[in-house]
Design a protein around this ligand. Structure first.
Ligand SMILES: [Cu+2]
Length: 169
């Protein structure tokens, strides 16, 4: 795989044009232990959560946007995702869309467990990040940083690509 230092490099240019593109499509490499500006919270477990296919469904005007990605837990321990935040949104929350008695609705979830060596997929119709109060108008093609937080104190910054709503990834 890749050295930890190389992974760190992948999300340095959060708003720039140099978001890395790899042969198999763009993959956002994740770094654990970068936490909230409080280094004592960092958990030096290495990059054992890998994020990929991170995108935001663009919607016009001020409608809340949904954020989606795939997280792979490469470690031998379960990891619990407890929240997310972004300088680009006043509010980021974990949501789940569910069918209840034939009616689709969504509700906030406190946390999501990712099993050891498991995969958590956020996708329309299921888990998503509810992104509200954007600091700036978003446009398809923009790149937005979102920091994911885990129960063990680790944090993971991921760059999301804004895509038009009718584009199926
Ligand atoms: Cu929602």
């Amino acid at each position: 795989m890749h050295a930890p230092g190389e992974r760190i490099h992948g999300w340095q240019d959060l708003h720039g044009d140099r978001v890395r593109r790899r042969p198999r499509g763009w993959i956002v490499y994740a770094v654990l232990g970068v936490s909230l500006g409080v280094s004592t919270f960092a958990t030096p477990l290495g990059p054992d959560i890998q994020a990929s296919e991170a995108w935001i469904r663009w919607l016009p005007a001020d409608l809340p946007s949904g954020g989606y990605l795939t997280l792979r837990n490469l470690s031998n321990e379960p990891r619990r995702l407890t929240g997310a935040s972004s300088p680009e949104f006043g509010s980021v929350s974990l949501h789940q869309t569910r069918d209840a008695h034939g009616v689709s609705g969504m509700s906030p979830v406190d946390s999501i467990l990712i099993a050891a060596h498991g995969t958590l997929q956020f996708a329309p119709g299921g888990y998503h990040m509810m992104l509200m109060q954007p600091a700036h108008a978003l446009h398809p093609g923009d790149h937005v940083p979102i920091t994911l937080r885990f129960a063990d104190g680790a944090a993971l910054q991921v760059t999301f690509e804004v895509r038009a709503a009718d584009v199926v990834p």
